[in-house]
Design a protein around this ligand. Structure first.
Ligand code: HEM
Length: 325
């Protein structure tokens, strides 16, 4: 009897939640825009065929969106009126990219299904498609996010982990978003593709915080090679592969690199050097790519669920760079 009552209540709450539009589910656009997923995939595929790095850039946009006010496309808003764009924050300035590809996806979707598919869902879909296109795992994406009416410049500076943050600081930033130590290790595996600028890791080559010496957790012959193109001063924007072994392939070589002291960013290498638990995960993912892929997919869904706007909250932007007038 109690069991029947419980199941009835679960059904009732689910129906109420759905009617209220307050949750994300994979079939969200099945009626309103059945072509949505195909459209996103085909624009992303073209962009990645033109420039392999674009997959990495799109994957990162979803992360930088979700850590600031939730996955609400706040990162896509340009400066205007009272909006101070997140694009100018320290983690994003001269770094976040892929905005033109998002514009192209949005234009194609507006043509097929006007004001139906949110920019926040575009970012979630493009991140998944980018992962798959470069050889990584696939996953089903709960959809139905809506777009923010504002941005948070300060949130972007404060919430997104920096490459020279301590282990504890980064873990705290993940926990504040409802993510845990496993998510931290698995999602960092995104650095199996894409680039970083000299300025993001220079201190490891010359004067590491604390002791003023080069970072000895970085292989010294690798460090010498990096110094050739990342001098003590100047060259801030020079680019380096995060995973020099297979820079455009989504695989588990990132974790193998960490074990060989070849992690590029301090925030990468500390996963192997600063904490027993994360070290064990690094070893497991280095030994078993399938295990990494499974956890990565789970952690991406979790990250994509960070405080979305649903129901009547927010809006469906017509152009991802600005709120509707
Ligand atoms: C754990 C904390 C993290 C830190 C400290 C961090 C930091 C960074 C930094 C400094 C760069 C290079 C930016 C530049 O020099 O222009 C970068 C690139 C990148 N990050 Fe992270 N990141 C973290 C987690 C993540 C997560 C969770 C994801 C995705 C789920 C991600 C995806 C990427 C990708 C794909 C790139 C390459 C982008 C490109 O080539 O355009 N990162 N990250």
């Amino acid at each position: 009897m109690t069991r029947t009552l419980t199941s009835m209540l679960i059904v009732l709450f689910s129906v109420l939640a759905l009617a209220n539009g307050s949750y994300l589910y994979p079939q969200f656009y099945d009626r309103s825009c059945p072509q949505a997923k195909d459209i996103v995939r085909s624009v992303v595929a073209k962009a990645v065929a033109k420039e392999a790095r674009m997959a990495a850039s799109l994957l990162r946009l979803h992360f930088h969106d979700c850590f600031v006010k939730g996955c609400d496309a706040s990162i896509l808003l340009d400066n205007s009126g009272s909006i101070i764009s997140e694009k100018g924050s320290v983690p994003n300035r001269n770094s976040a990219r892929g905005f033109e590809v998002v514009d192209q996806i949005k234009a194609a979707l507006e043509k097929a299904c006007p004001q139906t598919v949110s920019c926040a869902d575009i970012l979630a879909l493009a991140a998944r498609d980018s992962t798959v296109l470069t050889g990584g795992p696939s996953w089903e994406i709960p959809l139905g996010r809506r777009d923010s009416l504002g941005a948070s410049f300060s949130g972007s500076n404060q919430n997104i982990p920096a490459p020279n943050n301590t282990f504890q600081t980064i873990l705290t930033k993940f926990k504040l978003k409802g993510l845990d130590i496993v998510d931290f290790v698995a999602l960092s595996g995104s650095h199996t593709i894409g680039n970083a600028r000299c300025t993001s890791f220079r201190q490891r080559l010359y004067k590491n915080t604390g002791n003023g010496q080069p970072d000895l957790t970085l292989d010294q012959s690798y460090a010498a090679k990096l110094r050739q193109n990342c001098p003590r001063s100047g060259g801030d924007q020079n680019l380096f592969f995060l995973d020099p072994v297979s820079p455009t392939k989504f695989d588990n070589s990132y974790y193998k690199n960490l074990m060989a002291k070849n992690g590029l960013l301090s925030s990468d290498e500390i996963l192997f050097t600063q904490n027993q638990q994360t070290m064990e995960f690094v070893k497991q993912y280095a030994a078993n790519q399938e295990l990494f892929f499974q956890q990565f997919a789970k952690s991406m869904v979790k990250m994509g669920n960070i405080t979305p706007l649903t129901g009547k909250n927010g809006q469906i932007r017509k152009i991802c760079r600005k709120v509707n007038s």
